[in-house]
Design a protein around this ligand. Structure first.
Ligand code: GRF
Length: 202
């Protein structure tokens, strides 16, 4: 059984999809804590509704990364709650080597694009602006780069002529809510092997 610690900055819909998969009996895991760098983030309220331990961690003095005292606090909390797997679910900060060293090959992220296309912020807007006809999402192991770690699963969606950023994002998010539980199911079953850049699902 995976013991998942979730880090998030936003609404928490991906965290919810993981909690629902666990409740439905399709994912052998437990969400042991939810931590956020945003005090009023929806993900904290959702965690509260599900009775999951949750906490705001002040990220100061950094604006875009998790480092220093905040990183130490996050690692300490994850360890105190007994997490063995860290799930970044809409966490809007770059994680640094300290967290990766504390949870080697056990930090996952979800990105709203088919990587390596459109890393970084608001990837669905980048995809729409570029004019691609297929968009999607990627679940990957986190390495020291930005949205650059080995890919576990990708799901695609069509881009429609009348799409707005919101409509495309909603279509991508519906796939995210399938992709994250699926990747975690494979991880929980011990089926994922990393071979260089490639993740082999046995
Ligand atoms: C998702 O689109 C995810 O791909 C991106 O941030 C968003 C988080 O949404 N990294 P939510 O907080 O899980 O609803």
């Amino acid at each position: 059984m995976l013991r998942i610690g979730v880090l998030g900055s936003g609404s928490g819909s991906n965290m919810q999809s993981i909690v629902e998969a666990i409740a439905a009996g399709t994912l052998d895991a437990r969400v042991v804590c939810v931590l956020s760098d945003v005090p009023d983030a929806g993900i904290l309220a959702r965690a509260a509704r599900h009775g999951i331990p949750h906490q705001y961690v002040d990220p100061a003095p950094f604006k875009t990364k998790l480092e220093g005292l905040a990183e130490e606090r996050v690692i300490g909390l994850l360890q105190a709650f007994g997490a063995d797997t860290v799930v970044l679910a809409g966490f809007m900060r770059v994680v640094k080597p300290g967290l990766l060293r504390a949870f080697p090959r056990r930090v996952l992220n979800i990105h709203p694009a088919l990587l390596p296309a459109f890393p970084g912020l608001a990837a669905w807007k980048q995809a729409l602006a570029y004019g691609v006809k297929v968009a999607g999402c990627t679940v990957h192991f986190v390495d020291e780069g930005i949205d650059s770690g080995p890919v576990i699963v990708q799901r695609s969606v069509p881009v429609r002529d009348d799409d707005t950023p919101d409509s495309l994002h909603a279509r991508i998010q519906a796939e995210e809510h399938q992709a994250y539980p699926e990747a975690l199911r494979w991880l929980a079953a011990g089926r994922l092997r990393i071979d260089g850049r490639r993740v082999i699902c046995t």
